[in-house]
Design a protein around this ligand. Structure first.
Ligand code: DHK
Length: 144
């Protein structure tokens, strides 16, 4: 079994409750169910969420050992975290960056992403479908 890490950063634990006009009404449990439903046979989803930068770094290190790919929505750390970029640069498999909202239509501080400097794909504004597309892409890239 190959494991795809689906990592979520700060405030995404409140998905479904937080600013639903931007992030929608679905929850992180819905994200996990969706990812599991689109993962090809032979792939497992390990979805995790933390409000703490170092915890996300630790999970990326864990993925170095156990993961075939990483889907990451680092929340606000996307725009600030060199530490998460450095951690992703230690990971050999594909990395897909996801944003639920269309960050480029929003405040200018959301237009820059440190994670994009490492990501093999970037998805923004597709809502939860972005996670599904990212999982499908990692399955394609690492199958066989
Ligand atoms: C989620 C967040 O929490 C924000 O800080 C990002 C991202 C956008 C999203 O669209 O999923 O700026």
């Amino acid at each position: 079994m190959k494991t795809i890490y689906v990592l979520n950063g700060p405030n995404l634990n409140l998905l479904g409750k937080r600013q639903p006009e931007i992030y929608g009404h679905d929850t992180l449990d819905d994200v996990e169910r969706l990812c599991q439903s689109v993962a090809h046979d032979g792939f497992a989803i390990r979805q995790l969420q933390s409000n703490h930068e170092g915890q996300i770094v630790d999970w990326i290190h864990e993925a170095r050992e156990d993961g075939c790919g990483i889907v990451i929505n680092a929340g606000a750390y996307t725009h600030t975290s060199v530490a998460i970029l450095d951690a992703l640069n230690t990971f050999d498999g594909p990395v897909i960056e996801v944003h639920i909202s269309q960050v480029h239509k929003r405040e200018s501080f959301r237009h820059h992403s440190y994670i994009s400097m490492r990501a093999d794909g970037v998805i923004a504004g597709l809502g939860l479908e972005g996670y599904a597309a990212a999982v499908r892409r990692i399955c394609q890239l690492t199958q066989g």
